[in-house]
Design a protein around this ligand. Structure first.
Ligand code: ADP
Ligand code: MG
Length: 238
């Protein structure tokens, strides 16, 4: 399960409201992309869903349950950041195992999930290396592996590929799309890259100054952008 609903959600930092009242429905298994310019609230929205920031008002529901009082670790969501946030002194195996150790999963089950994730991400031969001995793409795969082993209801990606060079980005894009097909798990993916948005999304959410400018499939937005802002982001001729 991985249905996420935002009802009238707002977020203020001090006096500044960065998310005005916002409604959004994300279906189980959907690949949703948040796009919009820098500072429009993409990361904040993801952090609110993850529970890393408290909402100021409104309700976030995960599979129908009000998530307000559910701490981040119990929401069943796994976040993947652009800065890989790996532990440099730990092997790949230990990095991937870390969240399972925290969750008290037994050793045999940990091993099973590590083998499975490593096979899915082409990391089997790298399990005993340290992050410093890996390429940027491999490090990003380890970060994704660490999310997969938690078997989350949804993955939340915050510009995961922005530190990679253009050629690697294309490959990782395909890998993440493949992963989504295979796992059929809800994924929310933040990017300011319109090509990523257009090629990966089932549904694109175009954000501007904290509000939703338009929601639709890549084709819908391309054919019928509501205004020049959306058209500009989607690369539509309108
Ligand atoms: P994006 O990820 O789209 O670039 P953010 O969600 O990081 O945008 O930021 C949205 C707005 O909220 C920006 O104006 C930013 O300065 C502000 N903001 C984000 N986090 C904080 C914070 N912890 N304290 C104060 N303002 C913040
Ligand atoms: Mg951001």
């Amino acid at each position: 399960m991985g249905q996420i609903t935002l009802e009238n959600v707002t977020k203020s930092f001090g006096e500044t409201q960065v998310i005005p009242p916002l409604d959004l429905d994300i279906q189980d298994g959907e690949f949703t992309v948040f796009v919009g310019p820098s500072g429009c609230g993409k990361s904040t929205l993801l952090r609110l869903i993850a529970g890393l920031e408290d909402i100021t008002s409104g309700t976030i529901r995960i599979d129908g349950t009000d998530a307000t009082d559910i701490p981040p670790a119990k929401r069943g969501l796994a976040m993947v950041f652009q800065s890989y946030a790996l532990y440099p002194h730990m092997s790949v195996r230990k990095n991937i195992a870390f969240p399972m150790r925290m969750a008290g999963i037994d050793a045999a089950e940990q091993e099973r999930r590590i083998e499975q994730a490593a096979a899915a991400l082409n990391l089997t031969d790298y399990l005993d290396r340290r992050p410093g001995q890996l390429s940027g793409g491999q490090r990003q795969r380890v970060a994704i592996g660490r999310a997969i082993v938690r078997e989350p209801a949804a993955f939340l990606f915050d510009e995961p590929l922005s530190n990679l060079d253009a050629a690697l980005r294309v490959g990782m894009r395909l890998e993440i799309s493949e992963l989504h097909k295979r796992l059929a798990t809800t994924m929310i993916y933040v990017t300011h890259d319109q090509v990523e948005a257009m090629t990966m999304a089932d549904k694109i959410v175009v954000l501007r100054a904290g509000h939703i400018e338009q929601v639709g499939s890549p084709l819908e937005l391309y054919r019928n952008p509501r205004n020049t802002f959306v058209a500009g982001f989607i690369g539509s001729p309108k």
